[in-house]
Design a protein around this ligand. Structure first.
Ligand code: SAM
Length: 506
């Protein structure tokens, strides 16, 4: 959530039909060292979304715990358990909301600058939490597993213990399928995110999750099969637990940056315009956030998950803010050295010396682009007689130096801006091609559930592409104007030089 790893469109037409919860069947496994039962819930899976956050559910794949959040099915028992576990009386309630399906709503007037929540540390899940199944925890700790995979395994271990885990009411209230790109298939990612740099990040994140699971399985689970049975510690369950971590884990700056799941606080939805963050408050000894605006009773309360681009929000949280509403939006802009450049080798060596490669990405924002991109562009367009300057250009592009070196090569300005404009226009063409193609592409899904899902993923991808293209359009406009002014200035200079010469000869 806030400042972890790494906002929404409404789809009223895809509101799922009210669905019934089917009875819960219990399956138990007897194991030599521990015994537990794994739940299997057969519920009618709504592959469609509620009004505010589209479901991205893959038919047939889900874990046997958690809930369908749009139904608020476990909300009341979560609140009861929290109160019994020491959560003080709250000025917010968990309700169905317009943004984010389920969220916290003010019960009373809340003023700007007030502290809310006060979740005690005993209700926080972190790498130091006690494991209900001690043996499993001891084995994990003996391998010094880092926080993220440790917490992912912890969640699965606790979830598999059902009511014997102290977190069962919390786990019951977690989404059975978190909204996350982890649930998109490779075909969907390739087809719908073809124009966006988020495609690469989604592929690599999925690869990381699979790699982490394989690593845990090979190094630990396979060595202790009695403690880590495949029915529980499998890829599908890790996809869920990592999806939960990506969309709910918070970093608490006042607890030395500890990462934690904070039940109740993790019911708050994100608003890109809000500037309120969760943290540990030493004076009240609880997790709080300080409001940056007032709320009236019945109004949904928001926090910030961090200054994230729309692509990053889709990647971790599975939603895209409405076009133009995310002040932190940016798009990764890729630039490369020209292989046919006479100085390709020298430029590449200079880049490598400063930790860069022949292709680099820089964040482009509606407000402009970073000096590092400009420095990279200077390097790309600089002629052989500027070879002495390659090094300082690479330093400026790498942003490694503490004192920001001035990036000032007036003789290269026009070419560098033209280079960025060309890259920008070729990216715009990619987005437009995708957006126009997506409009008319035939519906290939085989059933209505799948059709709904396809429509929703396409809508999310479309929203993201429109937001990212908007940033590129803005950059294109600024670049064209600058180049036009520059060229007009050049022409003026030439004209005045010409008339000066004429006067001289007269
Ligand atoms: C930390 S949880 C917040 C609580 C969540 N709504 C729930 O009911 O469990 C993060 C998830 O909430 C949803 N969410 C948060 N902010 C949102 C927003 N502005 N628009 C749409 N969905 C949002 C997304 O599904 C995201 O993955």
């Amino acid at each position: 959530m806030t400042s972890t790893t790494t906002a929404t469109t409404l789809h009223p037409q895809f509101r799922p039909p009210p669905h019934t919860r089917a009875p819960r069947r219990l399956r138990s496994y007897s194991l030599p060292c521990t015994s537990y039962s794994a739940r299997t819930r057969f519920s009618v899976h709504a592959a469609a979304a509620s009004t505010s956050a589209p479901a991205q559910r893959e038919a047939g794949s889900s874990v046997p715990w958690g809930c369908e959040i749009e139904s608020l099915e476990s909300a009341a028992s979560l609140e009861r358990w929290l109160t019994a576990s020491g959560l003080p009386e709250q000025r917010m309630a968990l309700q169905r909301v317009d943004v984010g399906e389920r969220g916290l709503v003010a019960l009373t007037n809340v003023r700007n600058g007030e502290k809310l929540l006060f979740v005690p540390p005993s209700l926080v899940i972190s790498a130091d939490s006690e494991w209900s199944n001690r043996e499993v925890g001891d084995v994990m700790k003996s391998y010094s597993v880092p926080d993220w995979p440790l917490l992912a395994t912890y969640l699965i271990s606790e979830a598999s213990l059902e009511g014997s885990s102290r977190w069962s009411s919390y786990i019951d209230a977690l989404p059975r399928q978190p909204y996350s790109l982890l649930y998109w298939t490779r075909t969907e990612i390739d087809a719908y995110l073809v124009a966006s740099p988020i495609r690469e990040r989604a592929i690599s994140r999925i690869g990381d999750v699979i790699g982490t699971y394989n690593d845990l399985r090979d190094r630990i689970f396979s060595k202790h099969p009695e403690l880590f049975p495949e029915e529980v510690y499998n890829m599908e369950n890790f996809r869920w637990s990592f999806g939960i971590l990506f969309s709910r884990l918070v970093r608490l700056p006042s607890m030395d940056g500890k990462v934690a799941l904070v039940p109740w606080a993790d019911m708050l939805n994100h608003n890109p315009e809000v500037d309120a963050f969760l943290d540990f408050d030493k004076s009240s000894q609880g997790i709080v956030f300080t409001t940056d605006r007032s709320y009236q009773p019945g109004e949904q309360v928001f926090i910030s998950y961090g200054k994230k681009s729309s692509g990053e929000l889709l990647l971790s949280y599975g939603f895209v803010p409405k076009e133009g509403t995310n002040p932190n939006d940016s798009v990764e802009f890729s630039v490369s050295l020209n292989k046919s450049d006479d100085c390709y080798r020298e430029k590449l060596q200079a880049l490598k010396r400063h930790g860069l490669s022949e292709s680099e990405s820089f964040p482009l924002r509606v407000t402009g682009w970073p000096v590092e991109l400009m420095a990279y562009a200077f390097l790309v367009v600089s002629p052989p007689d500027m070879i002495q300057r390659f090094e300082e250009m690479a330093v400026a592009a790498s942003n490694k130096s503490s004192s920001k070196p001035a990036v000032n090569y007036p003789e290269l300005d026009e070419q560098a801006l033209q280079f960025i404009l060309d890259c920008c226009e070729s990216n715009i063409t990619k987005y437009t091609k995708y957006l126009e193609g997506a409009k008319g592409s035939p519906q290939v899904s085989i059933n209505s559930k799948q059709a709904n899902r396809t429509l929703l993923l396409k809508q999310l991808a479309r929203d993201l592409c429109i937001s990212e293209r908007r940033i590129l359009y803005r950059a294109q406009y600024i670049l064209r104007r600058r180049l036009r002014d520059m060229r007009a200035g050049g022409e003026l200079k030439a004209l005045s030089l010409f008339s000066g010469l004429r006067k001289f000869f007269k």
